[in-house]
Design a protein around this ligand. Sequence first.
Ligand code: TXA
Ligand code: MG
Length: 325
Amino acid sequence: MSAEVLPGEDPGTIALAAAILLRGGLVAFPTETVYGLGANAFDARAVARIFAVKARPAFDPLIVHLADATELGRVALADEPRIQALAERFWPGPLTLVLPRRAELPELVSAGLDTVGVRVPAHPVAHALLVAAGTPVAAPSANPFGYVSPTTAAHVAERLGDHVDLVLDGGACRVGVESTILSLVGTPLILRPGGVPKEELEAALGLRLAVAAPSERPAAPGQLLRHYATHTRLRILPGPAAAPPPGERRVGLLAFSRRTPPEGYAAVELLAPDGSLATAAANLFAALRRLDALGLDLLLVEPCPETGLGHAIMDRLRRAAAPRE
Ligand code: TXA
Ligand code: MG
């Protein structure tokens, strides 16, 4: 049996979704970054179902979503002075803060860590759901663990449809890559580049930020070297694509912004016809899924400039390209 997919703008649907969450069910919902697979963060059994449905290792903590920043005290210890400034500047929006957790939050949410990742999503459907449910919602991206993240309701229904109680459709995600994760426990550190560019965080905090290397964070699998991965082998090119390499039969190309790619590719996806990184980010996961669905022998990817959202795009591509264990 497949989950129902309903338009998220409808108030009756939001009330239904909130009721499902409050009785321990799972609701997939749109955010501005990617679709999330949500459970009531205070319901340990519901949270456990998320891990089961995603086939996600229990040592990978979940992000807790709040209706607004005033809810922060329910899940985290928020006396760090920088929090207020960051919340005012970036929430609602694609920034997750890692903070010391409140003991009342089920341990499974943060996978036994004494910290919790929290964010206030900007999508109106996510906001309406959080307000209606009246509880913080733990939600990872709504995809099987390790696979390309979902940016449409159809992506969710394809892969997880049988296992969620309801999918709220809020259209294609505007940002298209996940939130930036900033740890404020100890020296501020970017754990995952994402929808808020590092440069903007540095300007807001008045300091330079380091980005944790994937291998430095074995306890947080979003940082795993191989993640966000296609089934088809994927390789990042050093620069603009030339003809496909000899010896590979059917090769797909993920081009950045050139309208006329070289000949010989079995399929080509253009990430950013307008050359902008925001467009590339918004198209990234859907384009990867379309190429992956063709069952080609190899996917080649043109690099994009590593500024602003380019950090997040190249981070996801490098992990998708990392060798299988
Ligand atoms: O944009 C997003 O952040 C999306 C939407 C749905 O909000 N969510 C998302 O969740 O990307 P997920 O579970 O796919 O990735 C969350 C990452 C994980 O890699 C996890 O390791 C890290 O956040 N994380 C969560 N809590 C953490 C914590 N307390 N300390 C370190 N890393 C944490
Ligand atoms: Mg994910």
